[in-house]
Design a protein around this ligand. Sequence first.
Ligand code: ASP
Length: 417
Amino acid sequence: MRNLKLIHKVFIGLVLGIIVGALLYPMKEQPFVSKYIIGFLFELLGQGFLRLVKMIIVPLVFASLVTGTAAMNDVKKLGRIGIKTLLFFMVTTALGIMAAIAGANILKPGMGVVLENVQQSKFVAKEADSFVKVLLNIIPTNPFDALVKGEMLQVIFFAIMTGVVITLLGDKAKKLQGLFEEANELMLKMVSIIMELAPYGIFGLIGKTFITLGWAAMKPLASFIIVTYILLVFHGLVVYQILLRIYAKENPIVFLKKILAPMTLAFSTSSSAACIPLALKTLKEEFNVEDKISSFTIPLGTTINMDGTAIMQGVATVFIAQLYSIHLTTNDYFMVVLTAVLASIGTAGVPGVGTIMLSMVLAQVGLPLEGIGLILAVDRIVDMGRTTVNVIGNLVCSVVIDRIEKRTEAKERAAQK
Ligand code: ASP
């Protein structure tokens, strides 16, 4: 076990978790299994690891973003990177949801599903924030409060301002800049140490998911799960890889092999936020992506770029419309695309939020919100796939922006000569 690479160990953890979880599923009610295997072993390994990962997210994002921005030495460059990143996020999300709507209309997951067979979970819709409020919320009124609560957009905003002002101060803030650089190194080292525990954590998380997953609840919704997965795989393994090939000139197969560890982590945690540390580490070590790019694209993408979530929302909308035999017009679909892109910005990178945000999309086109209660029982299994696509998206975007930026810088240098 010692000589195996981390990625292989992570994969073994995943497969063992699935096997042990599925094998023990029939015995999940037995006191020994429920108390010691689910309640102690899986819980301790899974949650212990997850808490360690969460522990480093905020300090890591803050230190790496301040360091990255301060190292840029150029506010204009920051703007250039920012615009390209946002454009990449929005366009890919829109592409994902359009493909999801088209795919779901062709594959018709709702046809033949008997409504009475589907387990109805209780769902209470939450009032969505207005667009102005979403925008204003990016500015923290108290940066320490933002750090404490882990409000990612606010942390990003304050970190960028700090980095920019460190640049403006020049020599006056050299020591502070060095301090942030050292803090960044410290956090990255911590990531490496914590990731040694990833195989055990993933075993616990996946084991618990598979032992508690309601197979009976999944059966009537199999068509919804399968269609969503087909579209997720298409987006993550085809669309994104084509974009990677065109814009970053990277080999998709090599790329996918190198990101297997963050993909497995995303799949087993259903939380793209929990993947931030490993994503930053992978981009640096495997792809030589500059800190200034990844420390910006990864936390930002984790908060606002959710193609997997948008794809699920597209399929779910069509599925619910088919279940209730409600006809959606082209105009309705246009609204679905628009709302899902906006909803993905407001979705936090933690389990289950994408489904809560689905109420925004359904309400927009007048579909019954009880529809969400119908898919809630299988949400975890879908969440695992969509989170993986969310994380693939952030990684692809980081490599693409890095390579584009490197080409632009090379051109600029050539022009100066
Ligand atoms: N679990 C997803 C993520 O962390 C968000 C969601 O769709 O629920 O990316």
